[in-house]
Design a protein around this ligand. Structure first.
Ligand code: AMP
Length: 298
């Protein structure tokens, strides 16, 4: 495993890497959710590149950029265990040198949900992913279903701008009580950690109602909302049932839909989602399970 800090170094070694190359972009402080992406990239590509970069441009002015958890040594040990080949760990100056002034600004799918609550977030995400794709030139890039809108946005961007990369979306890895793994879960105290299960409970209810034949999206939004409102530590940011590709809110669920939510538990903002489509996975409790589901032959 090689740790690389500069774009020049990546450029120099890129032609020696065996194709296809799988890229896993992360902000570090890795958990089993990230490792599920790395495991699947490992199984599908002779070369696996993982980037670790807490991208400042996707954080709003009042968000947690300064306090975002970091532990590079631990991350590198975990990635060594997964047999990743190259770890790209650039500095802020390397990615955004003085004079930087080019942005990937998208419409429609970036404006709703996370984009409405976090203005500028997806401009930062789309720009950093474009830069990483240009630097690493991967064959495939791996993203988690946990950040469903991000996956939709990146797929849209790659299609719109004719980028030569295949986007692979990996099911959400969850704790045994359903809470989606997230680097931000570390902010929760024990009472909040217990309360945070309300997100999965609301999504489970949405999935159950839909499976029972409920087609009225508003009824599902309302059922999720009233369940979350029963949890005193939870404050809803949004509850959505939207078209899975355009992310437009639905009246009637007659196409693959995404039920998603953002909820504040104390000071911590958590997001999660479930796809309302036949056979769509709800996620698994360990990374290995995700891996085996997608690669039953191994
Ligand atoms: P982050 O470090 O939060 O930017 O996440 C890096 C990648 O890991 C993103 O594509 C996330 O969607 C993905 N990811 C984060 N949490 C999970 C999870 N619990 N299950 C699957 N993928 C995840």
């Amino acid at each position: 495993m090689q740790v690389v800090k500069t774009i020049a170094e990546i450029r120099k070694l890129r032609h020696r890497l065996s194709d296809p190359v799988g890229l896993v972009p992360t902000m570090g402080y890795l958990h089993q959710g990230h490792l599920a992406l790395v495991k699947i990239a490992r199984a599908e590509n002779p070369t696996v590149v993982v980037s670790i970069f807490v991208n400042p441009t996707q954080f709003g002015p009042n968000e947690d950029l300064r306090t975002y958890p970091r532990d590079l040594n631990r991350d590198l040990k975990l990635l060594q265990g997964e047999k990743a080949d190259i770890i790209f760990v650039p500095s802020d100056e390397e990615m955004y040198p003085p004079g930087f002034s080019s942005w990937v600004d998208m419409e429609k799918v970036t404006r709703c949900l996370e984009g409405a609550s976090r203005p500028g977030h997806f401009r930062g995400v789309a720009t950093i992913c474009t830069k990483l794709f240009n630097i690493v030139q991967p064959t495939r890039a791996y993203f988690g279903q946990k950040d469903a809108q991000q996956a939709v946005v990146i797929k849209r961007m790659v299609a719109d701008l004719n980028m030569m990369v295949e986007i692979v979306v990996v099911p959400t890895v969850r704790e045994s009580d359903g809470l989606a793994l997230s680097s931000r879960n570390i902010y929760l105290n024990s009472e909040e950690r217990q309360a945070a299960t309300v997100l999965f409970k609301a999504l489970t209810l949405a999935k159950q109602l839909w499976q029972e034949g409920e087609k009225d999206a508003d009824k599902i939004r309302q059922a999720m909302t009233s369940l979350i409102q029963k949890e005193p530590l939870a404050q809803i940011d949004y509850v959505s049932v939207a078209d899975a590709t355009t992310l437009e809110e639905l009246n009637v669920i007659d196409q693959p839909a995404l039920a998603s939510l953002a909820v504040r538990i104390g000071k911590t903002r958590l997001i999660d989602n479930v796809v309302l489509e036949k056979d769509a996975p709800f996620g698994c409790s360990i990374a290995g399970e995700v891996f085996r589901k997608l690669h039953p032959e191994s």
